[in-house]
Ligand binder design. Structure first.
Ligand SMILES: [Zn+2]
Length: 500
C-alpha cells in the first residue's frame, strides 16, 4: 500500500504566512506518521505561479512575473525547510516538465470531447482568479472571500464541460462518503453539486502568463486547471530515473483550506474523469487560524501571529506542537504568542521534557547509566495497551489533534507514575532494588514509546531522546510497550525544551 499526500500549492503573489506554515506542518505530521508504518510514502508541496494575481502583482512591482515567482518560491521553499517539513519534492508550476504534462492531460480532455469554444460572460475575482456563480456573489457584486468588487468579464474562452459530470460526481459522493472530510465540508461540496453544475472556463484569451493551450496557442489555460494538475504532473518528473505516477497515483490525501473546496472536490475530480484518470481518495479540509482575539488576523488589528516569533523564541517543535495541539484539525482556531508560550512551558518543557530528563537522570544516577534488563510494570504497561492502534486509527481519519491528545494522556500518566513510585526512595533501600529496576525499565520504555509516537509532531525533541536511549528506530511496529526491556546504556541528555 503506497501513500501519497499533498498540501495545496502556495500562490506566489505574496510571502509565506502562518496559514501556509499550518498546512505544511499538519500535512507533515500525517506524512511522517505514515512513513513509520510503511516507507512507501510520497509527500508533495510547492508553489502555484501562473495567472492574473501573479502577473498583476509583478506589474505593480515593475518586475517580470517569472522574477516575482522565483523570489517568492525561494521564500516558500525556505519556510518548508525551517519548519522541518519532510516533503519528497517541491513543485513549481513554472517547471517546464509540469507545463508539458499539463498540456498532455488537457489535450486528452479535449480529444475526449469535453471542451468547446464559447463566449464567457460573468463575474470574475482577480484575487481568487475565479469566476463566481450566482449563489457565490455578495450584494454589490462583491467577492465573498475578498469583499472586492467583481469584474464583469466578456471573452471568448475554451470551456470545460463540467455539466456533463453531474451524475458521475453525484455517484462519487454517494459511493465515497469520506471523499471529502470532515462531514461538514462534504455536505458543502455536495450542496454545490446538487445546485446544478455549469460549464466553466478552461482557458483565458487575454492572459499570457500561463501554460499555452496546445490546440489553440493564443490562449493559456485558466490557472486553476494548471495548478490542480500539479498533484499529478509532479509524480511524472520528481525523480529523473522513475515515473512515479503508476506507483503513487491516485493521491491518498489532498490537504487543503476551506476557501478552495470547490476546485478540489468538484472541478478536480471531474477533470480527472474527463482525462480517464483515477480520482483521489480523500480531500481533507482544514480550518483557518484566527487571531488570539478570535478575529481574522490582520495587520491593522495587530493580532497576527508571525511564525518566526515562535521559531525564534521556542524552536520549531514548539510551533508544530502548538498549532496541532491548540487547533482541532478541521476546525478554525484562535492562536497567539501567549498560547504558544503556555503550551511550550507547561507541556513540552514541564511534562514531556521533564519526564525525559528525569528518566535519563535517574537511570544514570541509580543504575550506572544502564537501562536495567527487567520486566516492565504491568500497571504502567496496561495504560499503554492499544495506544499504537488508537493513534493509527485516528490518523487514518486525519484526526491528528485527537491522536496527539491520546499520546499526551500517557505523557501525564508516566509523570504520575514517577511520583507514585518515587525511585529516589527505592534507591535508599537495598531490599527494593528489584522494584527500582522494574520502575526504571518501565519509565525508559514509556519515554521510548511516547517519543516514537510523538516524533511526527516534535521530530527534533523526539530524535534527541531516542538517541539518548540508544533506540533510534521510529517504526510503529516497534512502538508497542514491551514486556521486558533489554539492558543497554543511555547517554547524557541536555534539556529537550529548556526554560526561555
Ligand atoms: Zn476573491
Amino acid at each position: 500500500m503506497t501513500f501519497y499526500i499533498t498540501t495545496a500549492i502556495s500562490y506566489v503573489n505574496g510571502a509565506p504566512h502562518l496559514g501556509h506554515a499550518y498546512e505544511a506542518i499538519t500535512t507533515d505530521v500525517i506524512a511522517r506518521h505514515m512513513r513509520q508504518r510503511d516507507p512507501d510514502v510520497f509527500f508533495l508541496t510547492g508553489t502555484d505561479e501562473h495567472g492574473e494575481p501573479v502577473a498583476d502583482a509583478a506589474r505593480d512591482l515593475g518586475v517580470e512575473p517569472q522574477q516575482l515567482a522565483d523570489e517568492n518560491a525561494a521564500r516558500f521553499r525556505e519556510m518548508v525547510r525551517e519548519l522541518n517539513v519532510s516533503n519528497d519534492f517541491f513543485i513549481r508550476t513554472t517547471d517546464e516538465e509540469h507545463g508539458r504534462l499539463v498540456q498532455q492531460v488537457l489535450q486528452r480532455v479535449h480529444d475526449n470531447g469535453y471542451t468547446h469554444k464559447g463566449l464567457y460572460e460573468g463575474w470574475y475575482c482577480p484575487r481568487c482568479a475565479d469566476f463566481k456563480v450566482e449563489n457565490e456573489i455578495l450584494d454589490g457584486n462583491r467577492c465573498p472571500i475578498h469583499f472586492i468588487e467583481l469584474i464583469r468579464e466578456l471573452e471568448e474562452n475554451w470551456f470545460f464541460e463540467l455539466s456533463r459530470f453531474q451524475d458521475r460526481l453525484e455517484q462519487l459522493f454517494d459511493d465515497h462518503r469520506s471523499f471529502v472530510m470532515p462531514l461538514a465540508r462534504y455536505n458543502e461540496a455536495r450542496a454545490f453539486i446538487d445546485s446544478g453544475l455549469q460549464d466553466i472556463s478552461l482557458s483565458r484569451a487575454r492572459m499570457h502568463w500561463g501554460v499555452p493551450v496546445p490546440w489553440d496557442p493564443s490562449h493559456v489555460f485558466y490557472v486553476w486547471f494548471d495548478a490542480l494538475l500539479n498533484y499529478y504532473t509532479a509524480l511524472g518528473y520528481a525523480r529523473p530515473d522513475e515515473d512515479l505516477r503508476d506507483r503513487f497515483w491516485p493521491a491518498t490525501f489532498h490537504i487543503i483550506g476551506k476557501d478552495i473546496l470547490k476546485f478540489h472536490t468538484v472541478f478536480w475530480p471531474a477533470m480527472l474523469m474527463a482525462a480517464e484518470l483515477p480520482v483521489p481518495e480523500h480531500v481533507f479540509v482544514h480550518g483557518f487560524l484566527l487571531g488570539a482575539d478570535g478575529r481574522k488576523m490582520s495587520k491593522s488589528l495587530g493580532n497576527v501571529l508571525d511564525p518566526a516569533d515562535v521559531l525564534d523564541s521556542y524552536g520549531v517543535d514548539a510551533l508544530r506542537y502548538y498549532l496541532v495541539r491548540d487547533v482541532p484539525f478541521g476546525s478554525d482556531g484562535a492562536v497567539g504568542i501567549d498560547g504558544a508560550r503556555a503550551r511550550y512551558e507547561s507541556e513540552l518543557a514541564n511534562e514531556y521534557g521533564n519526564l525525559a530528563s528525569r528518566t535519563i537522570a535517574m537511570i544514570r544516577r541509580y543504575n550506572d547509566g544502564r537501562i536495567p534488563g527487567a520486566d516492565t510494570d504491568p500497571e504502567l504497561r496496561d495504560e499503554f495497551e492499544g495506544l499504537v492502534g488508537e493513534v493509527i486509527e485516528l490518523i487514518d481519519a486525519a484526526e491528528i489533534t485527537a491522536a496527539l491528545d491520546r499520546i499526551w494522556q500517557r505523557v501525564r500518566r508516566a509523570n504520575r507514575y514517577v511520583e507514585e513510585r518515587a525511585p529516589w526512595q527505592l534507591a535508599k533501600d537495598p531490599k527494593a532494588h528489584g522494584e527500582l529496576h522494574r520502575v526504571l525499565a518501565s519509565l525508559a520504555e514509556a519515554v521510548r514509546v511516547l517519543s516514537v509516537l510523538l516524533s511526527p509532531y516534535v521530530p527534533e525533541g523526539a530524535a534527541k531522546l531516542l538517541d539518548a536511549l540508544g533506540s533510534p528506530d521510529l517504526s510503529l511496529a516497534g512502538a508497542e510497550f514491551a514486556q521486558r526491556t533489554l539492558a543497554r546504556p543511555v547517554a547524557e541528555l541536555a534539556p529537550l525544551y529548556p526554560k526561555r
